[in-house]
Design a protein. Sequence first.
Length: 340
Amino acid sequence: MHQVVTIGLDIAKSVFQLHGVDAEGAVVFRKRLTRSRMRAFFQRLPPCLVGMEACGSSHYWGRELSALGHDIRLIPPSYVKPYVKRQKNDAADAEAICEAVSRPNMRFVAIKSPEQQAIMIAHRTRSILTRQRTQLSNAIRGHMAEFGLVAAQGRIGLELLAAIIADAKDDRLPLQARTSLQMLIAQLRLVNEQILDSDRHIIASARSTDVGRRLMGIPGVGPVLASALVAAVADPKAFRSGRDLAAWIGLVPRQNSSGGKERLGSITKQGDRYLRQLLVVGAVAVIRYAQRNGARRPWLVRLLARRTPKVAAVALANKNARMVWAIMTSGERYREPVAA
């Protein structure tokens, strides 16, 4: 048997499929391993190139197999799909990964450290809690509207409804409905406290690193976005330029070009949705300030004269993403542009 040099590894929760080839591309083995046998199997193998899809638990296995001396490459699943032959199954996926990882122009995902994954878990937890807060608020408002009790939008209006629910002497609300709504109010207050705790941890993580502190100097980049960027962008030098980082986030127009004609549409839905959302929200805050005082943002004022605020926000978010890459790779701080 020839020595294996490249392995395509299709990971799952309990069962893993392997496809190994030699230097000439001939198949050496096709194996199906359980989770308990994975580490022992790779310990017996000489160092080789191992490709995996960048999905759940891939960063963990990337760190584990890298410690055994193997060269681990994580591939975006959308880049593996063109190499799948006909029907999809574990063996076909492993063979497609093995083929994709050997391509010279393939793009890979940097392996995240446990600390970076821990920060991203904090961000995902905050997103879940924020959605739960919105769901609880909408449920309370909808149930109260059934009895003709409607309040203004925002936190103050919701507090007025909470006061009505807490007032047992208010006969506009039936007793059984009041009991159920008090449960929702208690859960809403708990979620608000948990969101505040999550914000404190995220802000502390942003301020604990030099990169995070430098990123917060960019207008439109706050502690939450700085922390997310430090955690999500494991290796900024993996991108050739700031434009590549902006495209990876999804802040570039969708193309449908052919025959030498460029047809550009709205921004794509690909990329990191969470980072894209935070960058656009930060850009909207800068635009609101520039609409009141545009002396320090002449480029943005000229853009707002030609485009709508939402289009300008995406353009500014793209510009901020490129500045983020420059700051992360160069080690410099943000410098305010000097007006001509």
